[in-house]
Design a binder for this molecule. Structure first.
Ligand code: IMP
Length: 182
């Protein structure tokens, strides 16, 4: 599929696939045994989860969580709410949260608090993208696919107004959202 004119490719599908496979190998090596539960954050992380899960050559199980953040626009505002909770218990399990992008850190900072209260054996984060320059809340991301500059990106699950999720490459949205929290 040709890119629409309003986007510029940043990370090609080939680079994504190579990196995700590496991450999967690393994760499999880091969790040699015991149950491993991957928790993907809807909806953006679904494409990443689908490739990552298949790259982790060991037994895993999956669950999903929905999060809404409110504010001026599509990025986080500081108010976070769970819109879909897990279907399963995580007490005593190694849990890996699978997220598309860490931006201000507000979403994952909140989510990790919620999940820690359920007493998992361990809790780590795998994020495909990280924009460290935008961080407001601290988040410890164990596995990062790519660090990217402060630009609004779409594709490979990431959206703007629910569009562009199905682009194979990660692309910068030219003239991206004007207003974003600091
Ligand atoms: P945070 O709470 O600011 O870290 O934001 C996390 C969420 O904001 C992500 O899961 C995305 O849904 C959204 N987000 C942040 N930056 C981008 C971007 O560049 N493109 C698309 N969505 C983004």
């Amino acid at each position: 599929m040709a890119h629409p004119p309003e986007v510029r490719p940043l990370i090609s599908s080939d680079r994504i696939q190579t990196r995700v496979a590496e991450m999967g190998r690393q994760i499999a090596a880091d969790y040699p045994d015991g149950p491993l539960r991957l928790i993907a954050i809807l909806k953006g992380a679904c494409f990443f989860l689908s490739d990552l899960a298949r790259s982790i050559q060991r037994d895993i199980s999956l669950d999903f969580m929905g999060i809404a953040s409110y504010g001026r626009n599509k990025t986080s505002s500081g108010e976070v709410r769970v819109t879909k909770d897990l279907d399963t218990e995580i007490a005593g399990l190694d849990v890996l949260v699978v997220e598309d992008i860490v931006d201000t850190g507000i979403t994952l900072n909140y989510l990790c608090d919620v999940l820690q209260q359920r007493r998992p054996r361990s809790l780590r984060i795998a994020a495909l993208l990280d924009k460290p320059s935008r961080r407001i809340k601290p988040v410890d991301v164990a596995y990062v696919g790519f660090e990217i500059p402060d630009e609004f990106v779409v594709g490979y699950g990431l959206d703007y107004g629910e569009r562009y999720r199905n682009l194979r490459d990660i692309c910068v949205l030219l003239e991206g959202p004007a207003e974003r929290p600091a």
